[in-house]
Design a protein around this ligand. Structure first.
Ligand code: GRF
Length: 215
């Protein structure tokens, strides 16, 4: 059964595009039920429409967070969705919204972050890592929880900082990696290879990816 996803995005949409193209190329067994953007004129809306997907603008401007999230849920409730996939969605999500996506062990919301979490959380992952002077950075796909960039990590991949890298070349290398890692992460879910474990010392759930067998 293909994984049913909805995508929530704010801007450029290169990750949304990578996911859509992976589905079209049949390397990701999923269907995009709909895409929602919160910013009027966001290029991601055109990307979705060009690929024949249902795209909605649910603008946050001028609304309280609660009202905006109620509008999002009103649309999302019209679709059957296994996972809500954040792809450059630049807003925090409230615990009330999260609760609507409660799964057995985790919330059914995923995010991609431009650093090797828990290093460099926040909105400028690439810039923060680059200016810190890291020699290796990376990208992280994680389940979303109440904390910022905090939920259980599903997949991480690293990339090197090369001699002569500028912030632009560093970011471009990271973004190209994001476009591989996000579809790969979702495919693990589609194949039911994502198992949740609990670490009582840290009081944290973490993910174990199984090689073949479903959990
Ligand atoms: C990506 O770098 C992603 O990791 C971060 O926001 C950026 C979104 O880019 N959360 P795009 O809109 O997918 O091109």
């Amino acid at each position: 059964m293909p994984l049913k996803i909805a995508i929530l995005a704010s801007g450029r949409g290169s990750n949304a595009k990578a996911l859509i193209e992976a589905i079209e190329a049949k390397t990701l067994d999923a269907t995009v039920q709909c895409l929602i953007a919160n910013v009027d004129g966001a290029p991601v809306l055109d990307i979705a429409r060009q690929h024949g997907l249902e795209a909605h603008l649910v603008a946050h401007r001028g609304l309280s967070r609660e009202q905006h999230e109620a509008n999002l849920l009103a649309i999302l409730e019209g679709y059957e969705i296994d996972y809500l996939v954040l792809a450059g969605y630049m807003r925090m999500i409230t615990p009330e919204f999260l609760a609507k996506f409660k799964g057995e062990h985790h919330f059914r919301i995923l995010n991609i972050h431009p650093s090797l979490l828990p290093a460099f959380p926040g909105t400028n992952g690439y810039e923060d890592a680059y200016h810190y002077g890291v020699k290796v950075s990376g990208v992280t796909v994680h389940f979303v929880d109440e904390g910022m960039d905090n939920g259980p990590i599903l997949l991480q991949e690293a990339f090197p900082r090369l001699d002569g890298d500028t912030i632009e070349s560093f970011k471009a290398r990271g973004l190209a990696l994001e476009h591989q890692v996000y579809p790969k992460s979702l495919q693990l879910l589609a194949e039911k290879r994502v198992c949740f474990r609990y670490n009582p010392m840290l009081k944290r759930s973490y993910v174990e990816v199984k090689a073949h067998v479903p959990c």
